[in-house]
Write a protein of this length. Structure first.
Length: 484
């Protein structure tokens, strides 16, 4: 019975007591309808600026025709044979961008405590991701994948983004949180990969205390099934992981322990990692070798700049509102009172040490060097850390921080959309605005190609051709982050 119940939960069927309809049985259609702003057999978006997500220059005064959930045409004017029931939306002064593809987008949120605990935000996070233009996510590490709700969303019973589910963490001994299983060796890693692949997980995440033998076993089993492994590592350096065959590394430079002096095999050197990175010369042969190895082995890097900014002193002002981003009223308002107090207390304790800012800048420079060398940079927000990073809002901040790092707005948007789709193998369907692709796009007031902060002015988000009202979704979860 336990196995059957687990399976039913994973596929999205709520299990209740005898005679109970379960948790999610009540009227999803009416709930969904109140958040829809645009829905018709044919939708025509006129006079809209398009940033297509490929890095190409924006196109002004365009018309996008959407039907059957897909983009049917793009041009300077609407085709002459539109049906009489087509819904036309005049978007003068607005920009259409591809829906973002979040590649480090948990469903859980820190709940405080010592040791730290995390709980899934099954209502607030799916709505906030979608409300703020994130139409696809990878849950890069799960603490409760049975409640990640993918199939409820796919079935139209809940509102949220398309989801690629990552299995529970592949962690070694001495995990810092009790919500993670601790591997007992390579065979345990193999069992975990195969069990969760059978349950429908499409990727895996190695964590800070995994051993090389455990990682090798996990990678071998995942690759046998055509699945990928990423990692937030510490016990293993980046070059070691690349040689083992890992597909992706999280947090850019910030999690690379290979430069810590006297690092021991299979052991996380703790605070020595941060200290070594502060002293690291990005122009050194060692760093060049690391970047070369990652590019040669086709290892993608995930940029998660917001979580580090939240735990750092504010970046110098550059027109992108670094200080105000850390105390954004829209973000604070969706938090519960407890979550808000915990975050503001944590912010008050953040050191003003200029070394924190210098390290964040160095991480940004590393990401630019990696891309310049031909590496695939993808992006996500990572809503963990000190509790200041919230679904959707953090994804938009990530794009702004990529511009702060030196990428152009068009490059940053591509990193946060098409690059993620490429890594997932979904770029034929999502990740850019192109004829034949799914109509997953966000409509913002203004021109982010000129002023990237205008990416925050999201008004409509289309997912498979249905346009959701951003503000209504945000208002529906006021005070819920940290509760549900």
């Amino acid at each position: 019975m336990k196995t059957v119940t687990a399976f039913l939960l994973l596929v999205g069927i709520a299990v209740g007591s005898a005679g109970s309809p379960g948790l999610f049985a009540q009227g999803p259609t009416a709930e969904r309808q109140q958040f829809i702003r645009v829905e018709a057999p044919v939708v025509v978006l006129t006079h809209v600026r398009i940033i297509d997500g490929t890095g190409a220059a924006a196109l002004d005064d365009q018309t996008i025709v959407i039907a059957d959930g897909k983009i049917k045409s793009i041009g300077a004017s609407a085709p002459p044979d539109l049906p009489a029931n087509a819904q036309t939306v005049d978007l003068r002064g607005y920009t259409a961008l591809p829906g973002l593809v979040g590649m480090h987008n948990h469903m859980f949120f820190p709940m405080g405590g010592s040791p730290p605990m995390y709980s899934n935000m099954g209502i607030s996070f799916p709505r906030l991701y979608l409300a703020l233009g994130v139409t696809t996510i990878r849950t890069t590490g799960s603490v409760a994948p049975f409640t990640d709700l993918k199939r409820l969303i796919d079935a139209g019973r809940m509102i949220g983004p398309k989801m690629h589910i990552t299995a529970p963490y592949l962690e070694g001994r001495r995990s810092f949180t009790p919500v993670m299983h601790e591997l007992t060796g390579p065979e345990d890693a193999r069992r975990m990969v195969n069990f969760w692949a059978d349950q429908g997980a499409t990727s895996f995440k190695a964590y800070m205390n995994i051993t090389r033998d455990e990682l090798r076993a996990a990678v071998e089993e995942a690759h046998k099934r055509g699945l990928k492994v990423t990692g937030h590592l510490c016990s293993i350096g980046y070059r070691e992981a690349a040689e083992i065959g890992i597909d992706n590394l999280e947090h850019g430079l910030m999690a690379d322990s290979e430069f810590a002096p006297n690092k021991q095999p299979d052991q996380c050197p703790g605070a020595a990692v941060n200290a070594s990175l502060r002293q690291l010369d990005l122009n050194s042969p060692a760093v060049r070798d690391t970047i070369s190895t990652l590019v040669t082995k086709n290892v993608a890097i995930t940029s998660t700049l917001p979580v580090f900014e939240a735990g750092s002193a504010p970046l110098a002002q550059s027109g992108i509102g670094a200080a105000s981003a850390l105390l954004n009223p829209r973000v604070l308002n969706v938090m519960s009172t407890d979550a808000r107090v915990r975050y503001l207390t944590a912010r008050a304790r953040v050191s003003s040490d200029p070394g924190n800012v210098a390290l964040l800048r160095k991480a940004m420079d590393f990401e630019r060097a990696f891309v310049k060398a031909g590496g695939l940079l993808i992006a996500g927000l990572d809503p963990t850390g000190n509790g200041g990073i919230v679904a959707g809002f953090g994804d938009l901040r990530q794009v702004e921080l990529l511009v702060e790092a030196g990428f152009t707005p068009l490059e940053a948007i591509k990193i946060a959309s098409l690059n993620g789709a490429k890594f997932l193998g979904e770029d034929a369907h999502i990740g850019s605005i192109a004829v034949g692709k799914q109509a997953d796009l966000m409509v913002v007031r203004g021109n982010p190609a000129v002023n990237i902060s205008e990416i925050e002015k999201v008004e409509i988000v289309f997912k498979d051709g249905v346009g959701y009202d951003s503000e209504k979704l945000i208002q529906s979860v006021q005070g819920l982050v940290g509760i549900r």
